[in-house]
Design a protein around this ligand. Structure first.
Ligand code: ADP
Length: 218
């Protein structure tokens, strides 16, 4: 199994889709799992929605529960890619025991490295089409007409946590809680990728680490 590791805005979602297609394995984003859960019109759904808008991490227990449920699905049997997990050293430890219980090999980690000042622009300029899912950026990949999707004319939306104050908080949380996970994996199968370039450049930088396909299952 693979872990795509990197700060918010490092392009994990975009690269996860690319890797998933290349290796024919599902890409599992804990951010997406949480946002789907937060859409529910229940007290828990509403509480989660409010929590996500602050940029703080969700508890290890909640994320662990959602992830375990997803990993139990048959589509994960032939390997999977994690995007946004583990985000704390405690999560890295739970993942290690989950893999051990299932007799799966240790994970292969791809670290997408991007400097903070660049991340700020990527995140504050990010807009997504609610219809086709395409992601634009006001600074790097603006749509032809501001605020409108080139593909289907839908009005583009910002994620609730892509406001500048929340972005600063997410970066602070990343440095404080998530960066220590790097030392946890340093001695394992660990690759550093310069992810500050354009999407295709990052694909090209990642690809050599994936071919031949890494050991996803035993
Ligand atoms: P980004 O990496 O751009 O911040 P994600 O979609 O990965 O975006 O995550 C969005 C939010 O979901 C995070 O700010 C955090 O609140 C929550 N989240 C996602 N993954 C985890 C995780 N593994 N542990 C705790 N919280 C998480």
């Amino acid at each position: 199994m693979l872990i795509l590791f990197g700060p918010p805005g490092s392009g994990k979602g975009t690269q996860a889709a690319f890797v998933s297609k290349l290796l024919s394995i599902p890409a599992i984003s804990t951010g997406d799992l949480l946002r789907a859960e937060a859409q529910r019109d229940t007290p828990q759904g509403r509480a989660l929605r409010a929590h996500l808008a602050t940029g703080e991490l969700v508890s290890d227990e909640t994320v662990g529960r959602l992830l375990a449920r997803r990993l139990a699905e048959p589509s994960c049997r032939r390997g999977f890619l994690l995007d946004g997990y583990p985000r704390t050293v405690a999560q890295a430890r739970s993942l290690a025991s989950l893999l051990k219980d299932r007799a799966l090999p240790e994970p292969e980690v791809l670290y997408l490295r991007v400097p903070d000042d660049h991340l700020l622009k990527r995140l504050s300029g990010r807009q997504q089409c609610p219809v086709c899912g395409h992601i634009y950026n006001d600074y790097f990949q603006p749509p032809a007409k501001p605020g409108i999707c080139d593909n289907d004319g839908a009005a583009l939306t910002h994620r609730s946590d892509d406001r500048e104050d929340v972005i600063r908080e997410r970066l602070a949380v990343y440095h404080r809680d998530t960066e220590p996970v790097l030392s946890y994996y340093r001695n394992g199968i660990f690759h550093i990728v310069d992810a500050s370039g354009a999407e295709q450049q990052v694909h090209n930088a990642i690809e050599p680490f994936l071919l031949p396909a890494p050991a996803l299952t035993r």
